[in-house]
Design a binder for this molecule. Structure first.
Ligand code: FES
Length: 106
């Protein structure tokens, strides 16, 4: 299983094994990590699962949909590294990815 490292809002780090096909949001919620609220449960409508992903790591995931980009555009603290973690499906090759969780999701 790929290991994903979450850099949490307090700057501590937690590395979690996530089964293929689950999302980065699933990995956080199922392990009770702070910072990813995921109010809509992965429906790409709440944006409370906002994270930052470096460009190199971002290439390992599918491109964002128009829906995701629209939500990110109006989000506080968004930047070119912004993604919604419920849209980041873990695949082979995602081992070692680092996900930065901002403190603006609650
Ligand atoms: S969980 Fe709501 S948009 Fe990702």
């Amino acid at each position: 299983m790929p290991e994903i490292t979450y850099v949490l809002p307090d700057n501590s780090e937690k590395t979690i094994e996530i089964p293929l096909g689950q999302t980065v949001m699933d990995g956080s919620v199922r392990n009770n990590l702070p910072g990813i609220v995921a109010e809509c449960g992965g429906g790409c409508s709440c944006a409370t699962c906002h994270v930052h992903v470096d460009q190199t790591d971002a290439q390992l995931f599918d491109e964002p949909s128009e829906e995701e980009l629209d939500l990110i555009e109006f989000l506080d603290g968004s930047c070119e590294r912004s993604r919604l973690s419920c849209q980041l499906v873990v695949k082979e090759g995602c081992d070692g990815v680092r996900i930065v969780v901002p403190d603006t999701n609650s």
